[in-house]
Write a protein that binds this ligand. Structure first.
Ligand code: CTP
Length: 405
């Protein structure tokens, strides 16, 4: 998500460097706009280095890019911390006398302010009236924390800790998206990662899925306002804290969790790399090398096709309005990846199939990918390439279209 992080001129600006770190580590693209006074506490170089984006506080820089208009229109969320008494007053009055307040006036996204100032300033009737005005316009103004302030004084006026600001600001954003996003009011079940099929207590058959695309989809669906249920097989990436997650190991566990979720899901996205086969017998104790040197023989049996079964169940018992499959194809003498994907879409009966070309080890574990989205109505998207997050956004947009179409 694109976040504008405004920084007011208060000593607590130093704490906002940690908030910026948390935001970028969570994968957000952050543009910092410090006020002129804020740069006396923490310099522009710090904000640029930590955000990876250029920093300005003047509408007279890069005039050709009309920064306050662009930043205000593009932002998904604006956070201002510390929101000083001066910033609160200028925001409440609708002034646009620097880049931050100009951007605020342009923005239509949720705005989250974390005030910090001396207790007397916070309690002053002027500040309280500005806070009330901003809140009446839908701006979220956090209450400051209580405790030690800059000098010897203490009381309400401290900037809350960066983790608290992050959680509260993202909560405000999610609540806004749950009302207005393309998937608002929809429940989306997403399977991600690779199943692991045990052979004995220490070994399993697995696959190279990292789970990155599934997590990116979960984030994109959340950002579109959906309630997301992630069914996670083995993942090599962390799960965002705000997701409802059910952990599974084997394809059979994945199957029973998916089937239980079908009646309450509007959308099912099967991104998990499900093992097609599992060992027929799981040994109760570790398989040992035999003394006669004989090679062990492992018999495999087929796992159920969960995607196909979900489509079939929908016919009789109802279920998600949109079911999405993923196909990792390499192409072979029988056909190119697209030919295989079209055949798979028909075979599985799902509504959308996202084709990944995985020839020569591409895609697995990487941050970027290239896909084509096929529809059961015969539609075929233009090839999409880019980060897994960009691809996830495109898949979510296509799902939203399928839900309304
Ligand atoms: N899938 C599934 N259950 C399985 C295998 C796959 O639900 N037992 C789902 C995957 O999550 C994915 C889609 O089916 O959304 C296609 O997976 P893929 O492995 O490409 O399909 P297969 O049917 O296994 O086809 P292939 O013979 O090409 O491996």
């Amino acid at each position: 998500m694109r976040i504008v992080l405004g920084v007011g001129g208060g000593i607590a600006a130093y704490k906002v460097a940690s908030l910026l770190r948390l935001l970028t580590e969570a994968g957000h693209s952050v543009t910092v706009i410090p006020t002129e006074a804020a740069t006396r506490f923490v310099g522009t170089a710090t904000w640029e280095a930590l955000s990876g984006n250029p920093v300005s506080n003047s509408v007279w820089d890069d005039v050709d890019r009309v920064n306050h208009v662009r930043l205000g229109q593009e932002a998904d969320l604006i956070i201002i911390a510390p929101a000083t008494a001066d910033v609160l007053a200028r925001a409440a009055a609708g002034l646009a006398n620097d880049l931050l307040t100009g951007t605020l006036l342009m923005a239509t996204c949720p705005v989250f302010l974390a005030p910090a100032m001396h207790t007397e300033m916070w309690r002053h009737a002027a500040t309280q009236s500005n806070v009330a005005t901003l809140r009446s316009r839908g701006v979220t103004v956090m209450d400051p924390a209580s405790g030690r302030l800059t000098g010897a004084d203490s009381g309400p006026g401290r900037l809350p800790e960066p983790e608290e600001i992050l959680a509260a600001a993202l909560g405000v954003y999610s609540a806004a998206r749950a009302r207005t996003g393309e998937l608002a009011g929809r429940t989306v079940t997403i399977t991600a990662g690779g199943t692991q099929e045990p052979l004995d207590p220490v070994r399993f058959l697995g696959n190279r899925s990292s789970g990155k695309q599934g997590i990116a989809l979960a984030r994109a669906a959340l950002a579109a306002g959906a309630e997301v249920h992630l069914i996670a097989a083995h993942l090599e990436v962390p799960v965002p804290g705000n997701l409802q997650v059910t952990r599974v190991g084997t394809a059979l566990e994945l199957r029973s969790t998916v089937l239980a979720a079908l009646p309450v899901s509007d959308v099912l996205i099967m991104v998990a790399a499900v093992a097609d086969f599992r060992p027929a017998d799981v040994m109760a104790s570790k398989i040992k090398k035999s003394d006669d040197g004989a090679d062990p023989v492992i018999t495999l049996v087929r796992n159920p096709d969960i995607l196909k079964e979900s489509v079939e169940l929908r016919r009789t018992a109802g279920g998600p309005a949109v079911i999405v499959g993923f196909a990792a194809e390499t192409g072979d003498p029988d056909g190119d990846p697209l030919t295989h994907a079209r055949a798979k879409l028909l075979r599985k009966g799902c509504d959308l199939l996202v084709l990944n070309d995985v020839g020569q080890g591409r895609v697995f574990g990487e941050d970027a990918s290239a896909v084509v989205i096929l529809g059961s109505d015969g539609s075929e998207s233009a090839p999409l390439s880019g980060s897994k997050r960009n691809i996830a956004d495109a898949v979510v947009a296509r799902i939203a279209q399928a839900l309304t179409g």
